[in-house]
Design a protein around this ligand. Structure first.
Ligand code: 5AD
Ligand code: SF4
Length: 507
């Protein structure tokens, strides 16, 4: 087990020691940053000209699909567009519309192409409109070819690896071949490569003023046999702890109270750094940054999750009492076929250790129903894990065949059997979630007021440390602050409650 006692100062000190070697290594990143800043200035000039032509400020719309990593990427796209002089809108007939795609499941693909088809109609109404597509799907050649063939009105395509080049592409889209500025000029600019570069400090526009995701690493090396992520997000690469802590400090000084550390497989964090730093050390260091009132993180892999993470949570009350621990299947045989590299028993040991050492911590999970070869007996194994762990909640997915992954070549389960297994798993999860939520009845717990409740006027939606939602009477000025809330009425998976007092600590 790793030593978890490294403080933020110690981590920074370690990093300083190796600063001279690292300077040489980061040179390219800094050079790339200045290139992109130069393109951003060019994009600003172009937006100025476009503004004159339109007689108004041009608008942009980011349409985001998928996971937390994509939500974070969407903030980066938004930051660049705002910096270039655009104004945000949620209308899909904006002057610059960008679709940030997801390809984890098949229905995400279908949903996206439907939306992209409708964009043709908006373009007819707004001839100045530019359409860009990026994200995980665009790392797949077949998807890019489909766009080239069937969606000729798309101006720009790029993948996740090239996101940091967005200022360059943005400027390029508006560049006419003759050097005369013509904002209607079209250019399909397809480019992607597997890059190891991590370019820091490009602008980012936060969706929420009081909470923010922070990437700690990119990519995944696990190659679970059903999953497309390693192919579209590339190999694992960690950001330096100094950069992460600098970003966290900056966010805090800008009013952020909750940090969500993001990575596809956070337990592998830091293994690729010159001086390896464990995820537990980083988590502790982030929690110790003054002003950080709540830290969330996702996603761990059960095979790599050490007790050091559990201990660091136990010793930091501001680390959320919530662990999202993807199970995928409760059957050891299916886990083997999924290349998950843990058994049912190993998962149970880990989950039950969390229950023992962090009794107030919610455990949520991901489960896939209908993975190739899954039998009714395998589903019973999954139901057994649900009963033993007593999950607080779960995302339950129907297995979706992803071309290019090993599982796509395995014999598929008949649809009717998939559906039956899915329904049994879903109802077991719902029952478990209801029971766990009901245990909080009458308690007074600290909650962060997050947003106005869309359904109930005069109510705010707040989030407990364990991720449960509670709706309280309140006004928008309370958003971004923590309150001690009494949980009065359980409504299945959430509560209605009463604010008792403000809570300055966040726990
Ligand atoms: N089919 C169904 N679900 C999948 N996931 C990933 N790939 C697939 C797939 N091909 C689920 C896993 C993962 C979550 C983010 O998405 O449960 O944990
Ligand atoms: Fe996909 Fe497995 Fe990596 Fe998660 S750990 S992103 S499921 S390959």
């Amino acid at each position: 087990m790793q030593n978890t006692m490294l403080t933020a100062e110690a981590i920074i000190e370690n990093a300083r020691k190796r600063a001279s070697e690292e300077d040489a290594k980061t040179f390219t990143d800094k050079e790339e940053l200045s290139r992109q800043e130069a393109f951003l200035s060019l994009a600003k000039e172009q937006t100025g000209k476009l503004s004159e032509l339109l007689g108004r400020t041009p608008t942009y719309c980011v349409v985001n699909f998928g996971c937390q990593m994509n939500a974070k990427d969407a903030e980066k796209l938004s930051g660049v567009l705002k910096e270039a002089g655009y104004e945000e809108t949620d209308r899909e007939d904006a002057d610059f519309v960008i679709y940030n795609t997801c390809t984890v499941r098949d229905n995400a693909d279908q949903h996206f192409f439907g939306r992209l088809g409708r964009a043709a109609h908006y373009r007819k109404k707004n001839p100045w409109m530019k359409i860009a597509v990026c994200g995980c799907m665009m790392q797949e050649k077949a998807c890019v070819d489909k766009i080239k063939e069937s969606y000729p009105y798309v101006n720009l395509v790029f993948g996740t690896h090239n996101l940091f080049r967005f200022p360059e592409y943005l400027a390029d889209v508006y560049e006419n071949q003759n050097d005369d500025f013509d904002p209607r000029g079209r250019k399909l600019y397809v480019v992607w490569k597997d890059t190891k570069e991590i370019v820091e400090d490009l602008p980012s526009e936060r969706k929420y003023p009081y909470k923010s995701g922070v990437n700690i690493m990119f990519g995944c090396d696990n190659f679970c046999t059903y999953c497309i992520v390693p192919y579209v997000r590339g190999r694992e690469r960690s950001r330096k702890p100094t950069e992460i802590l600098r970003e966290v400090e900056h966010l805090v000084s800008d009013g952020v109270v909750e940090i969500m550390l993001l990575g596809q497989n956070v337990n592998s964090y830091g293994k690729d750094l010159e001086t390896p730093v464990s995820f537990a050390e980083l988590l502790g260091a982030v929690a110790e940054v003054p002003g950080v009132k709540r830290v969330r993180w996702m996603t761990p892999h059960p095979k790599d999750m050490g007790e050091d993470v559990i201990h660091v949570i136990a010793s930091h009350p501001n680390i959320a009492r919530h662990i999202h621990l993807p199970l995928q299947s409760g059957s050891t045989e299916i886990l083997r076929r999924m290349n998950r590299r843990y058994t049912k028993e190993q998962y149970l040991d880990l989950a039950l250790k969390i229950r023992e050492e962090l009794p107030d911590c919610a455990i949520t999970t991901d489960i896939i129903a209908g993975f190739p070869g899954e039998t009714k007996a395998d589903v019973v194994e999954t139901l057994d894990v649900i009963e033993k762990v007593h999950f607080d909640n779960a995302y339950t997915f129907i297995y979706s065949k992803r071309t290019g992954t090993p599982a796509a070549a395995m014999e598929q389960v008949p649809q009717a059997q998939v559906k039956e297994g899915f329904d049994r798993i879903l109802s077991a999860i719902q029952e478990s979630a209801r029971e766990r939520t009901a245990l909080l009845q009458g308690k007074v717990l600290c909650a962060l007021a997050e947003e106005e409740n869309a359904q109930e006027e005069g109510y705010l939606t707040c989030r407990l440390s364990n991720n449960t939602l509670v709706h309280v009477k309140g006004d928008p000025s309370m958003i971004g602050h923590f309150y001690d809330v009494r949980l009065d009425t359980c409504r299945g998976f959430y509560y209605f409650g009463t604010v008792l007092s403000e809570n300055a600590n966040g726990y």
